[in-house]
Design a protein around this ligand. Sequence first.
Ligand SMILES: [Zn+2]
Length: 143
Amino acid sequence: MKANQQNPKSKTRCKPSCDNKGAQASSTRGRPKRLKVLNLTFNVLFLNDAQMAGTGAVGFCDPETQTIGLVGTQPNDSMQDTFLHEVFHSIVHVMDLKENETEENYVRRLATGLCTVWNNNPAAFKWWSGLVYCEAIKNLNEL
Ligand SMILES: [Zn+2]
């Protein structure tokens, strides 16, 4: 879901939770505390269910306070998806991408934004890629 068009600076709580009780909660090791998004630094908070209670979301991006919030108990595959989802929101806000831009222009700028975030935050994306890599190794060991 995109940001509220009436107030593009409003907090976006739009990554809905999914019912995935059987999966393992994501590892806390290596979790990023901050993320540099172009020239701005976002704080990354890992929240418990109580702190997100009632929102029905597993993540949010608040460009006003430069905060990305993630439910810390979600499974690794969900955490990977949610983190990238909120990173995209932060890029959309920082680059002021508009829905009425052409698809090619939107995708071009989003790709450039993601490359920049990725290259400026290697530890965060090492953690991110390890979320699913660890799952794949675990699954191999269970064969
Ligand atoms: Zn969203």
